[in-house]
Design a protein around this ligand. Structure first.
Ligand SMILES: [Zn+2]
Length: 460
């Protein structure tokens, strides 16, 4: 709509009319002149993890409380700086959500409960027995040996889903992952288990998302009837094969995902989060200082801050030749082929009008190379590379995400009655993703935020 006048009241859009019909605003009304600019709905990332600081373990956070605090204060602003007014944390619980939302400026946030199979991915990464309290919604299958003090009846699909629902989750996150890198052969859930999760979730009005990046996992997700696959399909079972062109077997799975209208989050940038760790210029990228406190960037440069890069390079190097303190370059061939496969799979489903949803998995893994806000913008660039147009990206990050998450009553468009989560942009977002790289104003539930309040390393 050209020459629009959008009136916001009490955090919601109260009226939309032609600017020519404007009357003198009442006292106390803030007027923003948007002449020559574009007003768009705020963006939605339907796959983030807000409980962690990228690249910093809980022990490291405890050791460097000031850096950790600066990071936690900045992270919500960094998402907003790049236009993300709504986030979905795919693995959370009420207490963590409460902590996240306690900040003054924070995007609207919803969460899924993480229904991991007991001791399967990604629970396996936290040490026993402390891992169990951290996974209140884990699944224990019939015949599974429950840890001391845990009642398996509380961990059936029905029990887990009803507890999540009562806790305020809008979705269930499930996992099908046998492992990668140095961890393989993790237990995976049975098909009946996830079918029961889907049944219970749908009965309770919750969506089901599944972590899975392999053909086996995407097949499993289709058979289980999940609503959204939370990663692109980049791990193909013929790992030895050097092809990254879509094979008939991969095409069959992707075709079925399109036919069944499964939501598809390509999450291409996830793999760059590994590759970029080994790029020595990454930490000098000036864009990082817009989303991260300088103290954290400096810490990433330290030997301690390089821990994940060192761990990954050890995995890749035969023990006899290991030089632990000297990170080696990852074996690019394998990773690059995996990345090409992910990109080709994304291009394949984009070309077939799949239900592409914008989700980034920020920050995936303990890498420091997927940073809030910036990572979303970089993902957009990867999607353009894979053939998605800026207009399609705009839709997948706004209306399509809102509909998929059943939040379209409140967000996803500029429409009377919806929340005033808005972006004022210099460029047309249906024409270029650069529109989000220099936002004029971010409006969050009616509160007008200037980028200078959101950028990291603000000068007071
Ligand atoms: Zn994730």
């Amino acid at each position: 709509m050209r020459d629009a006048l959008v009136r916001v009241h009490d955090g919601r859009i109260a009226a939309i009319s032609n600017a020519a019909a404007a009357t003198t605003p009442s006292d106390g009304t803030v007027v923003i002149d948007g002449s020559g600019l574009f007003l768009a709905p705020g963006l939605i990332d339907s796959h983030v993890h807000l409980n962690s600081i990228p690249g910093m373990t809980p022990e490291q956070q405890a050791k460097h409380p000031e850096i950790a605090k600066a990071a936690r204060d900045q992270i919500p602003r960094s998402y907003l700086f790049f236009g993300f007014t709504t986030l979905i944390d795919l693995i959370s619980a009420p207490e963590a959500m409460k902590r996240w939302k306690s900040r003054d400026i924070v995007p609207d946030t919803y969460f899924c409960g993480g229904a991991a199979l007991m001791d399967g991915y990604p629970m396996n990464y936290s040490p026993k027995p402390q891992r169990y309290p951290g996974w209140p919604y884990m699944l224990i299958e019939p015949g599974g040996q429950a840890p001391d003090g845990i009642d398996p009846a509380m961990h059936t699909p029905e029990a887990v889903v009803s507890r999540m629902k009562a806790d305020g989750a809008i979705c269930v996150k499930t996992f099908f992952e046998r492992g990668f890198g140095g961890v393989r052969n993790l237990p995976v859930p049975r098909l009946e288990t996830i079918r029961e999760v889907v049944k219970a979730a749908h009965a309770a009005g919750l969506l089901v998302l599944m972590h899975g990046s392999s053909d086996e996992a995407h097949r499993f997700g289709l058979d289980a009837g999940v609503d959204i696959m939370a990663h692109g399909l980049w791990n193909w079972s013929q790992q030895q094969s050097t092809t990254s062109e879509i094979t008939p077997g991969i095409a069959k799975i992707l075709d079925e995902e399109v036919a069944q209208d499964v939501g598809y989050q390509p999450t291409i940038q996830v793999l760059y989060g590994i590759l970029d760790l080994f790029d020595d210029s990454f930490l000098s990228d000036p864009r990082l200082s817009r989303v991260l406190p300088q103290s954290l960037i400096d810490w990433y440069r330290s030997t301690e801050g390089q821990w994940f890069r060192i761990a990954l390079s050890r995995e890749q190097t035969p023990p006899a030749t290991q030089k632990p303190a000297q990170p080696q370059r990852v074996q690019d061939d394998g990773l690059r082929r995996t990345m090409d496969r992910g990109k080709h799979a994304a291009a394949y489903v984009v070309a077939r009008q799949a239900r592409i949803l914008f989700g980034t998995d920020t920050p995936s893994a303990p890498t420091y190379a997927n940073q809030p806000g910036l990572n979303e913008w970089l993902e957009m660039g990867r999607l353009v590379d894979a053939g998605e147009t800026p207009a399609q990206i705009f839709k997948s990050a706004t209306l399509a995400n809102a509909q998929a998450l059943k939040l379209d009553k409140d967000i996803g468009t500029v429409e009377v009655g919806k929340r005033a989560n808005l972006l004022l942009l210099r460029q047309d977002p249906t024409q270029t993703i650069d529109a989000y790289a220099a936002i004029v104003k971010v409006i969050l539930n009616g509160r007008v935020l200037d980028p200078s309040e959101l950028v990291a390393n603000r000068t007071r």
